[in-house]
Ligand binder design. Structure first.
Ligand code: ZN
Ligand code: ZN
Length: 136
């Protein structure tokens, strides 16, 4: 697929072409906080498939899995744009909410479903892990 997206103010844009390695809705506490929603919708791509234009700031934290996660956001408007982590080197995780066409995102699974708030329920019909699957 061809895709593009940007932050709220447009100071950071990205584009790319390729097939997502995976597409996930994550309800972990960190994703809930940083996404300002009940969960984060993310698409993983090989990092070289995505070109980013504009300057981002990165926030580093340790995930529940113990791996290091870096989340990039626009320093002007604060929109979260993408993340990468030591658990899956070489991949970039775009926030589907920043896509120009958000319908390009087709969730394949749900992780940390046990943490879903009642106002953002886990969709029926998707494989859902109560926590995280091994290796993620
Ligand atoms: Zn911005
Ligand atoms: Zn998460």
């Amino acid at each position: 697929m061809k895709l593009s997206g940007q932050c709220l103010c447009g100071a950071v844009r990205y584009s790319g072409e390729g097939d997502p390695v995976f597409q996930v809705k994550c309800y972990c506490t960190d994703c809930r906080r940083v996404s300002a929603a009940g969960h984060a919708a993310m698409m993983g791509f090989p990092a070289e498939a995505i070109q980013v234009a504009g300057e981002v700031k990165e926030f580093h934290s340790t995930a529940d899995s113990g791996s290091d996660v870096s989340r990039a956001f626009c320093p002007v408007c604060g929109s979260g744009l993408f993340a990468h982590g030591s658990a899956m080197p070489g991949l970039i995780f775009l926030r589907a909410s920043t896509l120009d066409d958000p319908n390009l995102f087709t969730p394949q699974m749900v992780v940390w479903a046990a943490r879903a708030p009642h106002w953002d329920p886990v969709p029926a019909g998707l494989p859902a892990f109560a926590e995280r699957p091994a290796g993620l």
